[in-house]
Design a protein around this ligand. Structure first.
Ligand code: FAD
Length: 401
């Protein structure tokens, strides 16, 4: 097995390293291994403002949407180049800029949108002037998304939307939502759904933030009361929305960014435990059990990297990862919880001080915040049970229940 870069890949990696070295603002360079902004949720709007300068530099290189074709403002990078870019960005903890506009609605419009829709939206996604949210989940439809009940009824040049979405991340800041609604209640459930773009300022839209147990309101309930959406905002054909919602470009799907980020987190934790071995911030002392646990966590981050390599090498060979991507998601999300639990053991009782700047709080309370926040990681983006089901049936060939 040769894990080395080809000469072209090595040159591209170096180009990215040089770029980050020169262009990444200093204040982003030490996020403590917990990603941009530390462990706390923070305010998405102020993060966005802080990132403007970095976004501009990436945009000048066409690197905001590296996978998009060049004609739409992307860099048209292949799978391996995207992988290298994601790996280097993660190693250097660069703040993420693209969001759902770049990863979800942009690719959908590139493939299924008409010229008018592309003209109106793609450049504004790249410039960051418009933020998007994803209106898929509903109170009774999450894992079984195709059972969604929000209705869209044609009325002249508009569709009239009634119903409710839930867990809509960033809806309180978003200008637009891409969403699915039922347009034919009599059709089989996957065949009566359409895909819309909805202006969040439309009359009849109500956003109600939900406060999670970490005290952040990063997701919301969104209610639609006779909201009129012009028919020109229907993406693709009516009643074909389910298939449009599953569109992806040739995106690298290895989760290498998470694998690298988690390794940095664990390395940072080990450094912290050693530095504070003899004070109130760390329980490490000569606790051998905890030492073994730290060793396990570091080992797991290397396993995560190997799982990522497997997915990306499949994609680079033109294969479509299926249960292999589920393995990455499952392993990485459950590992994030194990890392958070080990962090709390290292921090001991003082770890319960959350997002606290006093000298009493180990790592300014980031470990406690992470312990609470990572609970969501095995739910968001497909629960652990759903991932296990995919691995069992599609991967192991076990019968579907
Ligand atoms: C932090 C966060 C951010 C999110 N952001 C968004 C967003 O921006 N937009 C959006 O649309 N949604 C978002 N979601 C919603 C997310 O997609 C759903 O929570 C997720 O798909 C699970 O759906 P559910 O909550 O309805 O749970 P359910 O599907 O009701 O599941 C409940 C339990 O039953 C289990 N279960 C369900 N079906 C099966 C099965 N077939 N086999 C075995 N077990 C099963 C699940 O694993 C789970 O334990 C977000 C969620 C979180 C936590």
């Amino acid at each position: 097995m040769d894990f080395n870069d080809t000469p072209e890949e090595a040159a591209f990696r170096q180009e990215i390293r040089d770029f980050i070295d020169k262009e990444l603002p200093e204040r982003f360079k030490d996020a403590g291994g917990f990603g941009f902004g530390g462990g706390g949720g923070g305010d998405m709007r102020s993060r966005f403002e802080e990132m403007k300068e970095w976004r501009k530099k990436l945009s000048d290189k066409g690197w905001i949407a590296a996978a998009w074709p060049k004609e739409y403002g992307g860099a048209g990078l292949g799978t391996m180049e995207q992988f290298i870019m994601n790996e280097e960005f993660a190693e250097n903890r660069t703040p993420p800029v693209g969001g759902m506009g770049v990863s979800m609605i942009g690719p959908t419009l590139i493939i299924h949108g008409d010229d008018e829709q592309k003209d109106e939206h793609l450049s504004r996604i790249l410039s960051g002037e418009v933020q998007w949210c994803q209106g898929f989940s509903e109170p009774e439809s999450g894992s079984d998304l195709a059972s969604l009940q929000t209705k869209a009824v044609r009325d002249g040049d508009d569709f009239v939307i009634n119903g409710q979405k839930i867990w809509t991340s960033g809806a309180q800041y978003a200008h637009w939502m891409f969403m699915m609604a039922r347009t034919d209640p009599d059709a089989p459930k996957h065949k009566g759904i359409s895909y819309f773009m909805l202006d969040m300022k439309s009359p009849g839209v109500t956003v109600r933030p939900l406060v999670n147990m970490a005290g952040n309101s990063m997701f919301n309930e969104v209610f639609f009361d006779n909201v009129r959406v012009p028919a020109k905002n229907l993406v693709g054909e009516e009643n074909r929305g389910w298939y449009i919602g599953t569109t992806t470009l040739d995106f690298e799907r290895s989760s290498i960014g998470s694998a690298v980020g988690q390794r940095l987190q664990v390395e940072n934790l080990i450094k912290f435990a050693k530095e504070h071995k003899d004070d109130h911030k760390s329980t490490l002392g000569d606790n051998e059990t905890l030492q073994f646990e730290l060793a396990d966590r570091l080992l797991e981050t290397h396993v995560a990297k190997m799982l990522s390599y497997r997915v990306v090498t499949m994609q680079a060979r033109g294969l479509v990862p299926n249960y292999e991507a589920s393995m990455c998601k499952l392993f990485s999300s459950e590992m994030s919880q194990r890392i958070a639990r080990t962090s709390m053991k290292v921090a001991g009782l003082y770890g319960q001080l959350l997002n606290d700047d006093t000298d009493w709080a180990p790592a300014k309370g980031r470990y406690g915040a992470s312990y609470i926040q990572t609970v969501a990681s095995t739910i968001a983006g497909g629960t652990s049970e759903i991932q296990r089901g995919i691995i069992a049936t599609r991967g192991l060939g076990l019968p579907k229940n």
